[in-house]
Design a protein around this ligand. Structure first.
Ligand code: C5P
Length: 308
């Protein structure tokens, strides 16, 4: 059993979801992954995780939230895998934890919900178990769990290369206001990349980030950013779920500065000029019955962080 001194201890961590402002993909590599160049922005939709001690070698998770039943809570859960991996890497066989996650990031929504939970578990368990882990070591461990996990640890705005897991900061000024349309369809990331391979076997062909996008971020200019959003996976996601084209059209007609399928979808993100415009856009989309649910978020926000 864990020491009685720490049995009641609870560590709370909040992790954010992400939008890809630009996502350029090369063809499939021999390891099954695609070489990417992407700009991530962390946005204010959060999964909250609590970690408590458990018996050595026991790692479990309980999930709450309106899509909780869609997430497996066995050993295949990415947060459980993260905790078990961190314990193994520490070399201490006395570690175990119970995790509780309140889910708000859409499940299989293209917003890195599973990766956010893994990032939260790595941070929470490293504190719970007093491992004094080096942040760079957590990033490295995170990358072995999933390509988006390192970004979910750092948050903010960043360029991701390689599988999307090698990060460099990107200058960004101000806050951006988004309206997310959550959709009924389930699009798995491997299925969307598989469709991308069929549609574009040679890849998107272009790795450069649009210079206008980078200058829009530096200037803090949402109108310019809205014009330059780009996602090489968008056509693949639309071909698997054609209703996404209708959603994109509806948001643009209702005045969004730009709209994009988030990552592998099916969540669609619309950029608004300010908070008030985001409110009006969200009301318009809801009135037209677009999507399963509408959320207003802003970014950039930090990655996984301790809550007091
Ligand atoms: O790394 P993660 O487990 O999140 O990736 C899920 C799947 O998405 C991979 O198994 C792969 O099919 C696809 N993927 C890819 N290229 C990337 C990232 C993900 O093909 N750069």
């Amino acid at each position: 059993m864990a020491s009685p001194l720490v049995e009641d201890e609870v560590i709370r961590v909040r992790a954010s979801g992400k939008i890809n402002l630009a996502l350029r993909s090369g063809p499939r590599r021999s390891d099954g992954y695609h070489e990417l160049a992407t700009i991530f922005q962390a946005v204010s939709v959060y999964d909250d995780l609590e970690a408590r001690w458990d018996e050595p070698g026991r790692f479990s998770v309980t999930m709450t939230g309106d899509q909780a039943d869609l997430v497996p809570c066995d050993d295949s859960n990415l947060a459980v895998k993260a905790a078990a991996l961190l314990a193994r890497e520490s070399g201490n066989r006395g570690l175990g934890c119970q995790l509780t996650i309140r889910k708000a990031i859409p499940v299989t929504g293209g917003m890195a919900g599973g990766s956010a939970d893994a990032a939260a578990a790595l941070l929470a368990c490293s504190v719970l178990w007093d491992l004094d882990a080096d942040p760079d070591d957590l990033l490295e461990l995170g990358a072995t769990l999933g390509a988006d996990v390192p970004f979910c640890l750092t948050g903010g705005t960043a360029l991701g290369t390689g599988r999307g897991d090698r990060l460099a900061p990107v200058l960004s000024r101000g806050s951006y206001y988004w309206v997310l349309v959550l959709n009924e369809a389930e699009l798995s990331t491997p299925a969307v990349f598989g469709r991308f391979d069929q549609l574009r076997p040679l890849g998107g062909g272009e790795f450069a980030m649009p210079p206008e996008l980078l200058s829009a971020l530096i200037a803090g200019d949402p109108a310019a950013l809205g014009r330059t959003l780009i996602n090489d996976l968008e056509q693949a996601a639309i071909s698997l779920h054609p209703e996404l084209a209708e959603v994109l059209r509806a948001g643009r007609e209702l005045g969004a500065l730009g709209g994009i399928v988030s990552g592998s979808g099916p969540t669609v993100a619309f950029l608004a000029g300010d908070e008030r415009a985001a409110m009006e856009l969200s009301v318009g989309l809801a009135t037209h019955g677009i999507g399963r649910a509408i959320r207003r978020v802003h970014g950039p926000v930090p990655g996984a962080r301790l809550l007091s």
